[in-house]
Design a protein around this ligand. Structure first.
Ligand code: NAD
Ligand code: LMR
Ligand code: MG
Length: 485
């Protein structure tokens, strides 16, 4: 077994070695024979007869871990005492904490932070509720809300299991854009209850990022919340994904010398992400989009179980192609996967037009692995951070919310999303553009600032920015400055 470049975690094996019988060479061979990669060795204890060593090994998945543990445990004189997974270690106790901005060192401080001083601030807000923006965390805080119904491509795993993703999104908001974000996982999947819960918590927040809520409920939930709240509500899996996808595709078609108007685009997975990506591509000029879900292509004239698909059938697939993914992909220039693991086969790519562009964006396991697709594609992208060309909404949501919070936008308009997509695409210069670099890295610190500036510009142009004094540029386009607020 060889370990693919998609190795995504490392384990620490704590081993007790009998000095007489155990040989480290045999342990190293056992690990490498199973495709593992030893990256560190530490001696944690040693006496006359035994040594305890911690060896850190890059692994692919749990099956691979089990294989290595078995192989190492079979080496004479070796006892596996403990196995710890670095990713799990990082999650112990969660990934976030609350940090006060002001220390309380004496009675005076206490009386300002808390009673009685705080009461005057409460009354000031009571008299003029908009003061909450300047006198509370609302100004810089958003809620990351999920019901756990479509967590990555893992499906309906429930609110507790969704927390690590939502905590992760909150970490990214803070680290990349200085936005404070709270993960909120709701124990209901009822549309009306979710709407009511989000409305009830909204006073504390300057914006709502909806996350991993399955379609079609997500459309109604977002529409109603946008209508009924005066703060921006943004379903990341729809619009964050669509923005980044368009950014990547603008650069990919430039690279292969095609235009969006002439491309045949197949979108697989007509859920939250698939529908929003398709709408954004249509707005950007794509004419020939064919949507495919589990039952095949979505075609005009059919009756579908929800309004979103009915709309989709009427606005896509101009040639009324029907059939499976393998059938409708013939001659396609672009494949966009926002469905689930392993949906796309090499034979499907071989049916595509010259210079195929494949964006296999399902997380954590894409529609096809880059290793498999590589020999047949011209441009390959996934949603993951461990391959080149990461098309992931993390390139969008921090900058979008930085922008809307800074100009106090009441909503996120189509113009703002389009501006964000163009800003992300423009980070990659013509000289830099290549098959392996169609989209900037998540760590390119100019991304957030460029998205923020584009979003603010478009918010004023769309008339949704409520801050009368236009915010200054925090860092300036192209600068690599970490934004902290
Ligand atoms: N890279 C990114 O930034 C990004 C962003 C959002 C979503 N995604 C990924 O896209 C996928 C969908 O997310 P979503 O929020 O739209 O979920 P969703 O539940 O709203 O929609 C998923 C859709 O895919 C369809 N589907 C599932 N398996 C399929 C298959 N084998 N063939 C055809 N269709 C299939 C489902 O029927 C559903 O309509 C997930 O894997 C998610 O991780 C990636
Ligand atoms: O969470 C991610 O990495 C991207 C996206 O929001 C997803 O649901 O897959
Ligand atoms: Mg998501």
């Amino acid at each position: 077994m060889s370990i693919p470049s998609g190795a995504h975690t490392s384990i620490i094996l704590r081993l007790e070695l009998d000095k007489e019988t155990a040989s480290f060479g045999q342990i190293a061979t056992a690990v490498s024979d199973t495709g593992g990669d030893i990256i560190a060795i530490d001696v944690s204890r040693s006496d006359k007869t035994t040594t305890v060593r911690d060896i850190t090994v890059n692994v692919y998945d749990q099956k691979h871990t089990d294989l290595i543990v078995k192989a190492v445990g079979a080496v004479p004189g070796v006892k596996v005492i403990h196995v710890s997974d670095q990713t799990f270690l990082l999650h112990i106790g969660g990934k976030l904490e609350t940090m006060p901005k002001t220390p309380i060192k004496n009675r005076d401080d206490l009386s300002r932070v808390y009673t009685p001083g705080v009461a005057r601030v409460c009354m000031a807000i009571h008299e003029k509720p908009s003061r909450a923006h300047s006198l509370t965390i609302k100004r810089n805080t958003i809620a990351v809300v999920s019901d756990g119904s479509a967590v990555l491509g893992l499906g309906n795993i429930g609110p507790e299991a969704a927390m690590p993703v939502m905590e992760g999104k909150a970490v990214l908001f803070k680290q990349f854009a200085g936005v404070d974000a709270f993960p909120i996982c709701l124990d209901t999947q009822d549309t009306e209850e979710i709407i009511a819960a989000v409305k009830a918590i909204a006073p504390s927040f300057g914006g709502i990022n909806l996350e991993d809520i399955s379609s079609p409920r997500c459309f109604e939930i977002e529409r109603r919340l946008i209508e009924e709240l005066d703060i921006p509500v943004f379903h990341d899996d729809q619009h964050g994904t669509a923005v980044v996808l368009l950014a990547g595709l603008l650069n990919a078609v430039k690279l292969v010398g095609k235009s969006l108007e002439q491309c045949k685009v197949v979108v697989c997975g007509i859920g939250a992400a698939g529908i929003a990506c398709s709408k954004m591509l249509i707005a950007a000029g794509v004419r020939n989009i064919i949507g495919v879900d589990r039952a095949g292509a979505i075609v005009r004239g059919e009756t579908y179980p929800n309004e979103a698909w009915q709309w989709y059938a009427e606005h896509t697939n101009p040639d009324c192609l029907s059939g499976t993914l393998s059938e409708v992909i013939r001659g396609a220039d672009v494949f966009i996967g926002v469905s689930g693991p392993g949906v796309l086969k090499v034979q499907d790519i071989q049916r595509m037009a010259a210079d195929p562009i494949v964006f296999a964006m399902a997380n954590p396991t894409p529609e096809i692995s880059p290793e498999e697709a590589e020999p047949y594609v011209r441009v390959m992208a996934t949603g993951r951070s461990d391959y080149p060309n990461q098309i992931n909404n993390v390139l969008c949501f921090p900058g979008i919310f930085r922008g809307v919070l800074d100009c106090r936008a009441s909503r996120v308009t189509e113009e703002m999303k389009l501006a964000a997509a163009k800003a992300i695409a423009a980070v990659v210069s013509d000289e830099e553009l290549s098959e392996y670099y169609i989209i900037p890295s998540v760590f390119n610190q100019s991304v957030v600032e460029r998205v923020r500036e584009a979003v603010i510009e478009a918010a004023y142009a769309s008339g949704v920015a409520r801050k009368t004094a236009r915010p200054d540029s925090a860092a300036g386009a192209g600068k690599t400055v970490q934004i902290t607020r």
